[in-house]
Design a protein around this ligand. Sequence first.
Ligand SMILES: NC(=O)c1ccc[n+]([C@@H]2O[C@H](COP(=O)([O-])OP(=O)(O)OC[C@H]3O[C@@H](n4cnc5c(N)ncnc54)[C@H](O)[C@@H]3O)[C@@H](O)[C@H]2O)c1
Length: 332
Amino acid sequence: MNILVTGGAGFIGRWVVKKLLDDGHSVIALDNLSNGRLENIEEFTGKNFKFIKGDIRNEMDLDEVFKEKYDIIYHLGASINVQDSIDDPRTTFFNDTVGTFNILERAKTQMFGKNGSMQGDKWCLDSNEDVYPCKLVFMSTCMVYDLANDNGIDENHPIKPVSPYGGSKIAAENMVLSYYNAYKLPTVVIRPFNTYGPFQKTGGEGGVVAIFIKNSLYSKNINIYGSGEQTRDLLYVKDCARFVVMTGYSDKVNGEVINAGTGRDVTINELANIITKDRVEIIHVKHIHPQSEIMKLKCDYSKAKNIMGWEPEFTLEEGIKETEKWIKKNLK
Ligand SMILES: NC(=O)c1ccc[n+]([C@@H]2O[C@H](COP(=O)([O-])OP(=O)(O)OC[C@H]3O[C@@H](n4cnc5c(N)ncnc54)[C@H](O)[C@@H]3O)[C@@H](O)[C@H]2O)c1
């Protein structure tokens, strides 16, 4: 198959590209490199893989990208940082919501043409137009949910936009589902829980696991925002990418919202202890956005398991071990 991955030079995107190439597909990655890096994808060059530097907000860039036809579009390109979304909601909204709308429109045009129109609930296509079916996977996030109870969060759990990041993703999710319901465009909304692993950035803009590991290796103290009693269900990136890719292959998930996580949550205090192993000091500092913190995130992934047979394969300890090995090797 010919497959497009937006955000393909980013942390999770590069793992999705890798899995797709390993599965024997041709892949085009689109990324504006605002947070992605060419180093993330350099190993793929020449193997049925092409990178296009471009922006999902820019129609001319999209004209270029959609000269080709895609069987599946994995849409991961987005602004991902909660604090950035609070400081600059416009950028997050235009990347995450408007950018998603632009990708939806391109997918709809590829599948039904520019001149196609809905007659009642049926498509009437222009036979002179060259149309080609596709499927869109929209990468949302667990950060759209209200906090969990002990049973964990399934897809019927209430949502609550506590940051412009969550709000922009919820808006985009609704558009993605509306294109399934109104236009019969095959789409799925996926909500992976917090993801970590090799290639995640280790600076302030990175993930909590990567930052804690780097600080432990380089003897820098760890800062925890607030009490540290907030919990996360941490998904290893290889499990995440396998999940993302599977949702593109399965027709049974079309029109659905699907979670992926491990079903185990840890407090940030516990996580700090697991990672630092007393190598550095742990300091609690004032939270930068207490109003946008979700105090308990724990995934119920039964739906992914029941529909697709997906389950996580890595324990937190195994994932952290692999991540630490990678950071040690790559941050010399
Ligand atoms: N990291 C997590 O814990 C996590 C969990 C669940 C969902 N997600 C979602 O997964 C996706 C990937 O996240 P990630 O952690 O790999 O972050 P990332 O920042 O590494 O990846 C996002 C990529 O999108 C690119 N991008 C941003 N705006 C763009 C634009 N306008 N045009 C083209 N490319 C653009 C960035 O350069 C970056 O490479 C995002 O949609 C994010 O919301 C992430």
